[in-house]
Design a protein around this ligand. Structure first.
Ligand SMILES: C[S@@+](CC[C@H](N)C(=O)[O-])C[C@H]1O[C@@H](n2cnc3c(N)ncnc32)[C@H](O)[C@@H]1O
Length: 265
């Protein structure tokens, strides 16, 4: 693909497949499993146990937050920003939520050939920063935005500007996204570089969730360590090295999921 960030879209899909095969009790993504044969074998081998769980953990935790949002609001919008080959709408099935999946035109085209659009979702081609994609949404509905594996590829200025635009357009809305610290970003860049030179570098990091929420004048609803649940559920089921890395990441707050209420504090 032309866009370097778009090239990264296979990485989380591979992680969802790995996790679904090896840790079903924690995370199972039936739709992702259908793509195993379509992914280059060399890529499937790169993902380590820890790295698969690091990716799966964000879907596990953000799915819980989205479920909670739908249970609270009933009819609402769930918007997946930078959806890539994410199978979120398939994991949820039918309920009061309308799912929207936004990505660059070349990715949406690629996605449509690989993954048929689910009944409950609308695919939108567009640049998530220019806000044209919001035109087809009912802005009066409560809306939850999710950005998994996306924000770290941009600058903080761009992310803050996007959050300000979301706040201005959607009065009753929340945003959930995964974030890592400076050290976490360095480790993540090393991992992604193994997939080839055509992968984008990550730069946006969050050292302190509370400070970031203040910067964008939002209320912080939660800051969830990546492996909060994985470590409890998978106790002795993973390699020792995976267990130690997960414990290290959580203890030093290196990666987490922020849930923000996009209202002024
Ligand atoms: C690492 S992938 C993550 C995909 C997906 N969220 C997941 O978890 O499987 C990053 C995604 O962000 C998308 N992206 C990058 N820049 C974008 C932009 N300006 N507007 C919309 N999507 C963008 C890429 O095309 C890619 O699909």
């Amino acid at each position: 693909m032309q866009n370097k960030i778009a090239n990264t879209l296979f990485i989380p899909l591979i992680a969802r497949i790995h996790a679904s095969k090896n840790f079903k009790q924690y995370f199972y993504d039936e739709t992702a499993m259908k793509f195993e044969d379509k992914i280059p074998q060399k890529f499937l081998k790169i993902s380590s146990e820890y790295e698969s769980l690091a990716s799966a953990a964000r879907y596990y935790e953000t799915d819980i937050m989205i479920k909670d949002f739908i249970a609270t609001h009933g009819v609402c919008n769930v918007v997946n920003l930078g959806c890539g080959l994410e199978t979120l709408a398939f994991r949820f099935g039918k309920n009061g939520a309308k799912f929207y999946s936004v990505d660059l035109a070349e990715v949406i085209e690629f996605r449509q050939n690989l993954l048929p659009q689910n009944d409950n979702e609308t695919l939108i081609s567009g640049d998530l920063f220019d806000m044209k994609w919001t035109e087809i949404l009912d802005k009066s509905l409560p809306t939850i935005f999710v950005a998994n594996g996306v924000f770290m590829y941009f600058t903080e200025t761009k992310i803050l500007n996007l959050i300000a635009n979301l706040k201005a357009n959607f009065k009753n809305s929340e945003l959930i996204f995964d974030a890592t610290t400076k050290f976490g970003i360095r480790c993540a860049n090393f991992y992604v570089s193994r997939f080839g030179e055509n992968m984008a570098k990550m730069e946006f990091c969050v050292q302190n969730g509370g400070e970031f929420a203040s910067k964008c004048e939002c209320e912080i609803l939660s800051k969830t360590p990546f492996f909060a649940t994985a470590r409890k559920m998978l106790k002795n089921k993973t390699k020792l090295s995976t267990r130690l890395t997960m414990a290290f990441v959580d203890k030093f707050n290196l990666a987490f999921i922020l849930r923000l209420n996009l209202r002024k504090k």
